[in-house]
Design a protein around this ligand. Structure first.
Ligand code: PGA
Length: 253
């Protein structure tokens, strides 16, 4: 059984006190929850403050990006060692906003994935097709290419530590959620890609989150799909009620 994983990507939102209050509220209200991994991803500048707010709870935290080099003259960048120093367990990599707005390539994502794994951070690696890709039937092809590029050169042992997030670009922040069937179809395809690249046992063990307009009211249906192992949540993760409502959707799994 894959352990469900619900992650909240706060993106470039909140201020210090807002981030602390939200983290503290989620940490407090998730007390006693079992059988699920929960994590929030505040702006990096608030990670240390969030660390204090969630101490002693089940709520983990991580960053929304890293640079692949460990230290040196890379103005403005943050390394894996710095995240480890702050007690981070996870890092989101290859988010569609980084790919499409900041121009990140599969090759860059791959370097970051290898750097994260080398530092024992768990990378959540995002893949997903654009609306035009979907409309011309290229979803499978795009996903395959992103997996091949972003997850290149990973041994079986390394891939076992990776979490994949399927985030159709047309569903992110748009209120347009993939239907449970659309999500399941791509998740199943991802598992097939992993089986072909590794083997069935490895493919069956890797967690694949769905992301894109997930909220409390649509989470249960999505999470009920056999190959949907959790959610990567943007907008709805900025409200404790919504985020915990999504977690409650796991009760139907
Ligand atoms: P959204 O964002 O839930 O606001 O659509 C998801 C994501 O970007 O991870």
């Amino acid at each position: 059984m894959r352990r469900p994983f619900i992650a909240g990507n706060w993106k470039m939102n909140l201020n210090r006190s807002g981030a602390v209050a939200l983290a503290a509220a989620i940490a407090e209200r998730s007390k006693g929850l079992e059988g699920v991994d929960l994590a929030v991803f505040p702006p990096s500048i608030y990670l240390d403050a969030v660390r204090g707010a969630v101490a002693g709870s089940i709520l983990a935290y991580g960053a929304q990006n890293i640079y692949h080099q460990s230290n040196g003259a890379f103005t403005g960048e943050i390394s894996t060692a710095m995240l480890v120093d702050l007690g981070c367990r996870y890092v989101i990599l290859g988010h569609s906003e980084r790919r499409h707005i900041l121009g990140e390539t599969n090759e860059e994502v791959n370097k970051k994935v290898l750097a994260a794994l080398a530092a024992s951070l768990v990378p959540i690696v995002c893949v997903g097709e654009s609306l035009s890709d979907r409309e011309v039937g290229r979803t499978g092809q795009v996903i395959r290419k992103q997996v091949a590029g972003s997850l290149a050169n990973l041994s079986a042992e390394q891939i076992a530590h990776v979490v994949i997030a399927y985030e159709p670009v047309w569903a992110i922040g748009t209120g347009k959620v993939a239907t449970p069937q659309q999500a399941e179809e791509v998740h199943k395809d991802l598992r097939k890609i992993l089986t072909d690249r590794y083997n069935t046992a490895i493919a069956e063990a890797i967690r694949i989150q769905y992301g894109g307009s997930v909220k409390a009211s649509n989470a249960a249906e999505l999470l009920a799909q056999p190959n949907v192992d959790g959610a990567l949540v943007g907008g709805a993760s900025l409200k404790a009620d919504e985020f915990l409502g999504i977690v409650a959707g796991l009760n139907h799994k």
